[in-house]
Design a protein around this ligand. Structure first.
Ligand code: ADP
Ligand code: TRP
Length: 355
């Protein structure tokens, strides 16, 4: 069960004059995933599952951030198939397009109109402080390259497009992993600048929602699971590949006989994600008793990962076998989303004198 105490609601600003137009409505949850690589277990537990949990009590709007993907994905075939892969991943994980507005960012041109408007309220200095941009500059400096090498304006202005994604749908909460919290705080900052300028609540101020127990899912090597670290457990890998991948997990060199500490074991940390309290207690006892080697611990892990992922994988394969049907679902979602997006842009244009 998902309770608000599992969440960290963060907002840099509070609106004092609670907005009449927003206050009577059901709260809105929104999030997006970039189509930049194969979905993994970190995305599933850190992003997809918490978002689907929130969709039970909020009006949810979930999307594929394909123009965000374009910043790094320059191969058209690869981008095209990754867009479908991520969309099918959401549906296979349980997103119900009848209940959640589910669409591609690129199908909502109003998002890009809003981006342009938000640019006028975004300090360049704010973008200079964005983690992803700063990390890219630091990498360049460490390599002795020009500070701007390989950095396109899409990366530099990334937080503005993301702010538009969020603000355009009057989002209250944005379920994300911890790495994205800064971006949502920036979206709140930008929206607040707009409201402050016009002296009225033109835009809603969003908050990040981070489910703390899954904020950082570890990868095969114990670092954060991330496609950039090549340490991921892919979500839809065939059973054999999944098993091989899990056997590659890094462990210490304790012998079979030695008692093991579940709390410091990555294998056990992952096991916990896929099991209930009884199963966790039973395996923890076996770790502590000794007599179970890492090979066996990994087999136990594989058993429960495969148990959870097999039905998800089967649904994924079925969805990917009918791409036109998948595209239709996304188009129908975009049709529902566009009037909402247009209303926000119109409200802002009116406030700005461009009506
Ligand atoms: P990656 O790190 O593999 O590039 P993305 O940055 O595309 O993953 O992440 C997509 C979503 O999944 C984001 O909301 C992010 O916070 C979440 N996420 C990614 N990896 C993890 C992880 N290891 N633990 C928790 N959440 C994660
Ligand atoms: N930046 C997010 C990520 O890298 C993806 C994203 C784009 C997003 N727009 C968004 C997430 C709006 C939440 C809300 O994972």
């Amino acid at each position: 069960m998902f309770t608000t105490s599992d969440y960290h609601h963060r907002s840099t600003f509070t609106i004092h004059h609670e907005i009449a137009t927003f206050s009577n409505m059901k709260k809105i949850s929104l999030t997006g995933i970039k189509p930049t690589g194969d979905l993994h277990v970190g995305n599933y537990f850190g992003a997809i599952k918490p978002a689907l949990e929130l969709a039970k009590e909020y009006d949810a709007r979930y999307f594929i951030a394909d123009y965000h993907g374009l910043n790094t994905m320059k191969d058209p075939g690869e981008l095209n198939s990754t867009i479908r892969h991520v969309a099918a991943g959401w549906l296979a994980s349980g997103l119900d397009p009848e209940k959640v507005i589910f669409y591609r960012q690129s199908s909502i041109p109003e998002v890009f109109e809003l981006t342009t408007m938000l640019m006028a309220f975004t300090a360049k200095g704010l973008m200079n402080r964005a983690h992803a941009y700063k990390a890219a500059v630091q990498d360049n400096n460490e390599r002795g390259d020009d500070a701007d090498a390989g950095i396109n304006m899409g990366l530099f202005t990334y937080p503005v497009l993301m702010a538009a994604d969020i603000i355009i749908f009057d989002s209250d909460v944005v379920p994300v992993g911890r790495d994205q919290v800064q971006h949502i705080e920036m979206a709140a900052d930008i929206a607040q600048s707009v409201n402050a300028n016009y002296g009225q609540a033109v835009l809603k101020i969003p908050s990040a929602a981070v489910q703390e127990n899954v904020a950082v899912i570890p990868g095969l090597d114990g670092r954060k699971m991330s496609k950039s670290y090549n340490n991921v457990i892919p979500l839809f890998a065939p059973e054999k590949v999944l098993q091989k991948t899990l056997m590659r997990m890094v462990t210490n060199s304790q012998s079979v006989e030695e008692p093991k500490d579940p709390d410091t074991s990555q294998v056990y940390q992952l096991y916990k994600l896929f099991t209930n309290a009884d199963e966790q207690a039973a395996l923890a006892a076996r770790y502590r008793a000794g007599g179970m080697g890492w090979g066996e611990a990994k087999e136990e892990l594989f058993r429960v990962v495969n148990r959870e992922l097999t039905p998800v994988r089967e649904r994924y394969d079925a969805i990917m076998a009918d791409i036109p049907a998948l595209d239709k679902i996304l188009e129908q979602g975009a049709e529902k989303a566009r009037p909402i997006a247009a209303a926000t842009v119109n409200r802002f244009r009116k406030a700005a004198g461009i009506d």
